[in-house]
Design a protein around this ligand. Sequence first.
Ligand SMILES: [Cu+2]
Length: 148
Amino acid sequence: MKNPAMTVATLVAILLAAGPAAACDHLRAERGWLRQPPPGSDSAAAYLVLHNDGSEALTVRGVSSPAFARAMMHETRYVEGRAEMRHLHAVEIAPGGRFEARPGGAHLMLVEPRQTLALDDMVELRFECAQGDPLVTWVPVRRSAPTP
Ligand SMILES: [Cu+2]
């Protein structure tokens, strides 16, 4: 590369021009945690709140984690008093809106851990959006929900 500084400046210009198209950039995660699964369990659940800080609706298309073979967004519905889980293929979040995953409700279902999950370990979660780069966030392994 003859002039790296020039190349960086050009890249910045391109990124600025792209502007609001990078929808996932307006996605913010907070209060995330992963419930430590019992020994030998092949799945775990994680919880967090996703905020859309942008001025346009955004669509979360899926979640993955390098610590697990597979990950899904699930909702819980109660049918005749029985909890049933349903796979959410996409979650749309309105401008200024949020998606809340919490025990007893929506959650991230993480299947086939690739490593042991000790308390306070940080686990990477990656959310794919309809547009823009994925949101990468790290959540701690906990025994129970953090107190608000
Ligand atoms: Cu589930």
